[in-house]
Design a protein around this ligand. Structure first.
Ligand code: FES
Length: 110
């Protein structure tokens, strides 16, 4: 069984195969930013130390990450979309892009 460490809180949980990071964090009472929980706001963006700890991103997740102008190489993910593989230990940084509020605001900014 692999583990996922959430920083900055330093909570460590057992990875549950196919459970989304957001769900795992909430179940374990780990403070985490989220909004829509449906791949539209971008508030839940995180970084992961080992991309193989998470299932590959969907086209929708990749599209939103591109809109946020962050990496789509697998090291940046949306907690509400990223599902654990249980394959390797990893650290998930919940403090990535603390200023992300909502990409929906960008749509109306121009
Ligand atoms: S909570 Fe909105 S994209 Fe994840």
């Amino acid at each position: 069984m692999s583990v996922i460490k959430f920083i900055p809180s330093n909570h460590v949980i057992d990875a549950i195969v196919d459970m989304k990071l957001l769900v795992a964090a909430r179940k374990n009472k780990i403070p985490i930013r989220f909004g829509c929980a449906a791949c539209s706001c971008g508030i839940c963006v995180i970084t992961v130390s080992e991309p193989s700890a998470l299932r590959p991103m969907t086209a929708d997740e990749e599209a939103l990450l591109r809109k946020l102008q962050v990496s789509v190489a697998g090291d940046v993910r949306l907690a509400c979309q990223a599902r654990m593989t249980g394959a390797v230990d990893a650290t998930v940084d919940l403090s990535f892009l603390p200023d992300v509020v909502s990409n929906n605001d960008d749509d109306n900014a121009h």
